[in-house]
Design a protein around this ligand. Sequence first.
Ligand SMILES: [Zn+2]
Ligand SMILES: [Zn+2]
Length: 276
Amino acid sequence: MKIPQEVQAGSVTPEPFDKTKNIYFSVLASGSTGNSIFVSNNNTKILIDAGLSGAEIQKRLAIIGEDPENIQAIIITHEHTDHVKGAGVLSRRFKIPVYGNKRTLSASASCIKTPCETKFFESGTPFFIGEMRINPFSISHDASDPCGFTIKSGNSKLGIATDLGTATALVKTRLKNCTGLVLEANHDPYLLATGPYPWSLKQRVKGRTGHLSNEEARDLLGEIAGKNLKNIILGHLSKENNCPAKALSIVSQALNNHNSRLLNATDEKPTSIFQI
Ligand SMILES: [Zn+2]
Ligand SMILES: [Zn+2]
């Protein structure tokens, strides 16, 4: 069977892309072994999470033609190792400030150690890096103070929501009117139930502070997908408890009437660059 790598719902008529203001991004890695997303509006370049080794993130930035010297911020969603592993090394090596809320940065202090600079934000309070407006919002996950983000610049709005056990009303509100989205589709409930994880871990993954299933991602997407949503990247797919073809097929059910492009990221290599 040919495994679809991408689902195209309807035909996409791309809007003109303003290279000076609008956002482009690449998911450098997404999955339980490492997460990092490169986001830029040309003038400002940031990383959301740095959950691979510093060297591996450098390598992946080079693959998409970006230089770590130009990264202005590493913004942390939560303290789990798959999101912070390389943050300290990159921060020290390239003088990049690390942004996080107080509880997240305190919980990840032993992993990040001494970054070149620490900057705090509060979940629920937007802040700017260059002309990018970053809005952190709380998510339901088993970490100290985890958050997702929306990032706005020009006509673009990128939503990032992985590592959430349930899609709360706040998450749905924040993710409305995105032009690009990185959304968790972690597991297939049947594969999880019959798979190799011990019982306690299965309970954790499917619980309210665990990870979203394909069906939960589909239902969330159905509620938030608007007419301007161009690219949706499914992230944090479990190797043991999911398969990309299944995730794409189920989540695409939410996109019957949309001209959106849906594909999945992996933890093995960066995605291409998406202009939104
Ligand atoms: Zn996590
Ligand atoms: Zn994670």
